[in-house]
Design a protein around this ligand. Structure first.
Ligand code: PGA
Length: 240
């Protein structure tokens, strides 16, 4: 099996052949749960983690862990693009044993600012592991370009390309205008971060995240300032 590891700035970059990527990330997560069964985890939804969830679902034991969903769209309950619906379909419904707790944003809450504060209070700066996907525009969660490194968990306006993903890829009937996201500040407070990146369409933005200037134009570039980030990429994403 071809496998490469190198450091880019402070970031560990691990590259796996495309066909092995999901298996390797799954194995890594299973090993993490063996050593840290009570972990407080934050997880993303999307095309990138889906094959990893499919691999871990039959065996992973999250029974003593707490799981936070990274973000959510302001869409009606049951909408196909809602992150909670995607997460249920891709992971939760396939687990043989439910996680100890699952914390999700409620975009139907009367007061969305208070809802974000509620989630941040539970997160409380104590996440053991945050897994992230990389947006085509460099976003992390719904921390879209323009976000700052210390942004709190909050209500955000959604970038055009993220909006159309909701309708085109998930079949939502309406484009979400806003979303709720764990803030960059809470993401960067996580003890460990794994950035999951697959596909040639992500190679350019991945290079900017890893080696470009650190700043709001590419929110993923803020990861360069964190001491414990591992990028888990397939060869298509890493070789540009
Ligand atoms: P994707 O989304 O995994 O569906 O490519 C990543 C993201 O937009 O955060």
């Amino acid at each position: 099996v071809r496998y490469r590891h190198r450091r880019v700035n402070r970031i560990h970059l691990e590259v796996f052949p495309d066909g092995d990527w999901a298996e390797r990330v799954a194995a890594r997560w299973l090993a993490f749960m063996e050593t840290t069964p009570t972990a407080r985890l934050c997880v993303p939804t999307g095309d990138t983690p889906r094959p990893v969830y499919a691999k871990v679902a039959p065996t992973i034991d999250l029974g003593r862990s707490e799981v936070f969903l990274l973000d959510e769209f302001c869409l009606p309950f049951g909408d196909l693009a809602r992150c909670d619906a995607v997460f249920r379909k891709d992971l939760l419904s396939r687990l043989s044993k439910a996680p100890g707790a699952v914390h999700e944003f409620n975009p139907q809450a009367d007061n969305l600012d208070a809802e974000c504060e509620r989630i941040d209070r539970i997160v409380d700066g104590t996440l053991d592991l945050t897994m992230l996907g990389l947006g085509g525009n460099g976003h992390l969660g719904l921390n879209e370009p323009g976000s700052k490194a210390d942004d709190p968990t909050r209500v955000v306006q959604i970038a055009r390309m993220t909006k159309s993903a909701a309708t085109e890829r998930y079949g939502s009937s309406i484009e979400p205008e806003c979303g709720l996201t764990l803030g960059m500040g809470s993401i960067l407070a996580s003890r460990e971060i794994w950035l999951l990146v697959t596909g040639a369409h992500k190679s350019e933005i991945l290079a900017r995240a890893l080696q470009g200037p650190i700043g709001p134009d590419v929110p993923a570039s803020f990861l360069q300032s964190h001491p414990n980030v591992t990028v888990l990429a397939d060869e298509s994403a890493a070789l540009s």
